[in-house]
Design a binder for this molecule. Structure first.
Ligand SMILES: Nc1ncnc2c1ncn2[C@@H]1O[C@H](COP(=O)(O)OP(=O)(O)OP(=O)(O)O)[C@@H](O)[C@H]1O
Ligand SMILES: [Mg+2]
Length: 205
């Protein structure tokens, strides 16, 4: 479903990624593990078009998406949940979710997606008018995942979803990831929590 072929990424003179290749088969959970600064986030940002590699290619469902704009990549069914959640703290939860569907023109479809997300994350429904900044860390991660799901991705990139969470919440987030996968979403997961990540992954790098 996804193929990253020998990408090299630079930040100015810094050669941040020196030839990474990986494949994510449809229907699987693949986890990418590496030390701080190894280039995990850079790899995900390159896949979803936020950074352009100097050389190398990214293919999604057999199409070359290297250099394609992120919004176009999202439209094709590939969405990222970024490191650190990046929710909009001063906006209510429901507006954060609406933003995840801003490329969708069909209001009915957006409403259906919203309902689906609330069903999966009842805590977000209970608090839908509350400002996102008032949520706990685990709830903010759920919101970030819910926002990504609003675009109905077939492939979901998750950048350290367990970061900063208590062991109980880490377990909850991982069981949600597993469930999403069982219901058909393919997942590329970046994690520092190698033990948890390996426990749900079909394949690791
Ligand atoms: N915007 C940037 N400008 C310059 N260098 C950067 C930039 N972003 C990342 N880097 C550098 O690129 C390398 C890879 O960073 P990246 O954030 O991809 O690592 P990571 O594996 O996600 O680390 P972490 O586990 O800490 O999140 C690091 O050396 C980092 O300092
Ligand atoms: Mg990172």
């Amino acid at each position: 479903m996804l193929k990253v072929d020998d990408i090299h990424v630079y930040y100015g003179a810094i050669h941040a990624i020196k030839g990474i290749s990986l494949e994510v088969p449809q229907g699987k959970i693949v986890t990418l593990i590496g030390a701080n600064g190894a280039g995990k986030t850079t790899t995900l940002n390159t896949i979803c078009g936020l950074i352009k590699p100097k050389t190398g290619k990214v293919y999604f469902e057999d199409k070359d998406i290297t250099g394609v704009a992120t919004q176009e990549i999202v439209k094709r069914g590939l969405t990222q949940v970024p490191e650190g959640r990046r929710i909009f703290a001063n906006m209510p939860i429901y507006e954060n979710l609406e933003l995840g569907a801003y490329l969708k023109k069909d209001k009915k479809e957006v409403a259906e997606s919203m309902e689906r997300v609330y069903k999966r994350f009842p805590r977000l429904l209970e608090r839908k008018n509350q400002l996102a900044g008032s949520l706990s860390g685990g709830e903010q991660q759920m919101l970030a995942m819910g926002r990504a799901l609003m675009s109905k991705p077939r492939l979901l990139l998750l950048d350290e979803p367990s970061m900063g969470l208590s062991p109980i919440l880490v377990k909850e987030i991982f069981s949600i990831i597993k469930e999403l996968n069982e219901q058909g979403t393919t997942i590329l997961l970046v994690e520092q929590n190698a033990k948890m990540a390996l426990s749900i992954a079909h394949k690791a790098m």
